[in-house]
Design a protein around this ligand. Structure first.
Ligand code: UDX
Length: 432
């Protein structure tokens, strides 16, 4: 099948490459010339394990092409995936759909034969209806079909999530598109993926409800971790004990810093905004957003306490600054709240991240990027393990301590408290 992916960010590029790998002809199109020209040279602009290799392989065998010519790419394709960003509106909480509608306008004037137009980007309920309305102005109804097919890819695990999805959700009640979509996904269905066909509006809402639920699960365990800290209980025992109940499940019960990333913060806000529009109060999700915002403040309070409220000229190391491991994505990472707050109190911050220098801190005085773990730790008063990269899982702290011993605050519970304490370090973690 001939596919066009509009937008070559995390969603569009990963999905496009994986569809090509399943044997489809895919054009990935983006208005960003520099991105497309580096992709044509086999250089992938984002960090995603395994992605580079797949891009090179499928580009070489010509199943994957890159273009900046949106019109031409649409004309040449049967299935159009819209994969552009839907960030939070500036100064608001609803999703900014301007990129979606700009693309839809272009599609509208390029429908030369029957096409399926799919929203893979996360879009609020009824967006599909609006797209259909726009397309109907210029095109006959039998020339197109608007489908919702949300992505559930986790950054850092995106290729695996695409290849072995828990479920594939397709929102459409048009026979022709349902058949084509099922066919497109048949290689994954035959490997065991659950295929769910719903109404278009339901598919749109499944995405938001799933992300809001996962955000709730994390926030829930983070709050229980607070109680564990006060009662001398190990949060990990709680996560195991709860997770074994099949109705609860063990995943997403790891306590840590505030959740971040490109989805949970924006999608929880956007679903509230949609609910407001339909005069429905999603009070649980509202509390989750508040609790998560409070989480960074709470962890900062712990840092102040650990350093006896004396932060002036204290050297603090951040190991990892992205919102989680195996990604270079800084969007809504809790480090963006915590580092500036610590600097404001007079501390100096060194950070090391396996994905390198981050422009987000370039304008903040007293924040330095180190090239190695060792360099970032030397001379430190407090080492904060902020992300759970494998690189941080077996650090020999003793060999880095030199004359003075630093304190360790392990926000991801990577280490055994007993082992680190036995080496003579003051060690703090989450919920234990
Ligand atoms: C998420 C969804 O999982 C994915 O299905 C969706 O399509 C996009 O958004 P992603 O943002 O890449 O994926 O990361 P995810 O692995 O879900 O983690 C999100 C946040 O939750 C991170 O900040 C992570 O550190 C945190 N988290 C996750 C926890 O704190 N504890 C957990 O147990 C799991």
């Amino acid at each position: 099948m001939k596919l066009c992916m509009i937008g070559t960010g995390y969603v569009g590029l990963v999905s496009g490459v994986c569809f090509a790998d399943l044997g489809n002809d895919v054009i990935c199109v983006d208005k960003d010339f520099s991105k497309i020209s580096s992709l044509k040279k086999g250089r992938v602009p984002i960090y995603e394990p395994g992605l580079s290799e797949l891009v090179i392989k499928n580009y070489k065998n010509k199943r994957l092409r890159f273009s900046t010519d949106l019109k031409k790419s649409i004309i040449q394709s049967d299935i159009i995936f819209i994969c552009v960003g839907t960030p939070t509106k500036k100064g608001g909480s609803s999703a900014d759909l301007s990129q979606i509608f700009n693309v839809v306008k272009e599609i509208s004037s390029s429908i030369n034969k029957f096409k399926i137009i799919i929203t893979k980007s996360t879009v609020p309920v009824t967006t599909g209806d609006e797209i259909e309305k726009i397309l109907s102005k210029k095109n006959k109804k039998n020339k197109f079909s608007v489908v919702s097919n949300p992505e559930f890819l986790r950054e850092g695990e995106a290729i695996r999530d695409f290849t072995y999805p828990d479920r594939i959700v397709v929102g459409s009640n048009e026979k022709k598109s349902i058949k084509i979509m099922r066919n497109l996904y048949s290689p994954l269905i035959s490997k065991g993926a659950q295929y769910v066909n719903t109404s278009r509006r339901a598919a749109e809402l499944i995405k938001y409800a799933s992300n809001a639920f996962l955000a709730t699960k994390i926030t829930f365990i983070n709050e229980i971790a607070n109680l564990c800290e006060k009662t001398g209980i190990n949060i990990e025992d709680i996560s195991i004990g709860m997770g074994l109940d099949k109705r609860i499940g063990s995943r997403f019960l790891r306590a840590g810093p505030a959740y971040g990333g490109s989805c949970f913060p924006k999608d929880t806000k956007a679903i509230i905004s949609t609910a407001d529009k339909f005069k429905t109060n999603l009070s649980v999700i509202k509390s989750v957003i508040k609790s998560n915002e409070n989480r960074s403040k709470l962890l900062l309070e712990r840092v102040y306490k650990i350093l006896n409220k004396r932060l002036k000229n204290k050297q603090i190391t951040f190991l990892g600054v992205t919102f989680k491991a195996n990604t270079d994505d800084m969007r809504d990472s809790s480090s963006l709240i915590m580092i500036p707050a610590l600097i404001k109190k007079g501390a100096k911050v060194n950070y090391y991240d396996p994905t390198g220098y981050k422009k987000e801190f370039s304008k903040i005085k007293n924040v330095k990027n180190s090239a190695t773990i060792k360099e970032s730790i030397i001379g430190s008063d407090l080492v904060i393990i902020h992300t759970e990269w494998n690189d941080f899982k077996s650090i020999n702290f003793k060999s880095l301590a030199r004359s003075k011993k630093f304190i360790i605050f392990d926000m991801r519970n990577i280490y055994s408290a007993k082992k680190i304490k036995n080496q003579g370090f003051k060690y703090y973690s989450i919920g234990r």
